[in-house]
Design a protein around this ligand. Structure first.
Ligand SMILES: Nc1ncnc2c1ncn2[C@@H]1O[C@H](COP(=O)(O)OP(=O)(O)O)[C@@H](O)[C@H]1O
Ligand SMILES: [Mg+2]
Length: 250
């Protein structure tokens, strides 16, 4: 296995609480890797350290062979590590299409003067439309982002993250706050993203996790207690005892 992302001895404390406790994790290139664990296990703290929103107290983060522990969030995005949800900027007063076009433009940076030419502006919007189709919002191009349903906003956030052309996408509970219908529409998107990119997914809904993930890591009290295929995790006695209980039948 070639790890695309490798975490070594990651520690993050909040006062007396050790939210991430000498955590080791390797995410293989191309896989959809899910992180599960009880509330307070440290899942969000972990994702924030990977994305660069939070610095670890100890340990290192290696992405694509490069130590990124000290890099800013933007630098990580530039290397192909994108995070959707909670950090993404959606302009509520702009349309879906404009939000995606702005995100595509941001990837090219303000130094790329050629975007000013009309012909290239149309290329920009072509890419934005393709992204809208990718996330299933192609019928909502002219809707203001602020007027979108909750689930549609989540999709747009994924679209904005995809505009950076990531190699790896971090998703922290993408289905939180979604109704059953919205969740069902997100499943196939995550599934198809998983065929193209490496996905690290934190998700509460076990049915989703066991269906989507190639491998699952179980986080308990800031440590990974097990990593394996859905079948291996389902059958793991320690996992069942610590977390899954009767939630998943063997
Ligand atoms: N900003 C913070 N300040 C203090 N404690 C925090 C903060 N964020 C998280 N924690 C604590 O760190 C632990 C891990 O939290 P979190 O990463 O949010 O877990 P999860 O996402 O798995 O529910 C919990 O005990 C939580 O109370
Ligand atoms: Mg969380």
């Amino acid at each position: 296995m070639t790890p695309l992302l490798e975490l070594r001895g990651l520690v993050r404390r909040y006062g007396g609480i050790v939210a991430t406790d000498h955590l080791d994790l390797a995410v293989a290139d191309g896989e959809t890797h899910a992180i599960i664990g009880p509330n307070g296990a440290g899942k969000t703290t972990l994702i924030q350290q990977i994305s660069g929103g939070l610095s670890p107290d100890e340990g290192s983060i290696v992405f694509n062979g490069q130590d990124i522990t000290a890099l800013s969030m933007n630098a990580r995005v530039g290397l192909g590590l994108a995070r959707s949800y909670q950090i993404t900027n959606i302009f509520r007063q702009c349309t879906v299409l404009d939000n995606l076009a702005l995100a595509v433009q941001a990837r090219h940076g303000s130094s790329m003067r050629f975007w000013r030419a009309a012909v290239d502006e149309s290329a920009l919007f072509d890419e934005a439309r393709a992204l809208a189709a990718r996330i299933g919002l192609d019928q909502r191009l002219d809707a203001l982002a602020g007027s979108l349903a909750h689930g549609e906003q989540r999709l747009l956030e994924v679209g904005v993250a995809l505009a950076t052309q990531p190699r790896m996408l971090l998703l922290d509970e993408p289905m939180a706050g979604m109704g059953p219908k919205e969740s069902r529409s997100l499943m196939p998107l995550i599934q198809s993203l998983g065929r193209e990119l490496t996905v690290l997914l934190v998700e509460h809904d076990m049915e989703t996790v066991f269906q989507l993930a190639d491998r699952i890591s179980v986080l308990v009290a800031g440590r990974v207690i097990a990593t394996g295929t859905p079948d291996e995790i389902r059958r793991n006695a320690e996992v069942r005892k610590a977390y899954l209980g009767d939630e998943v039948s063997a």
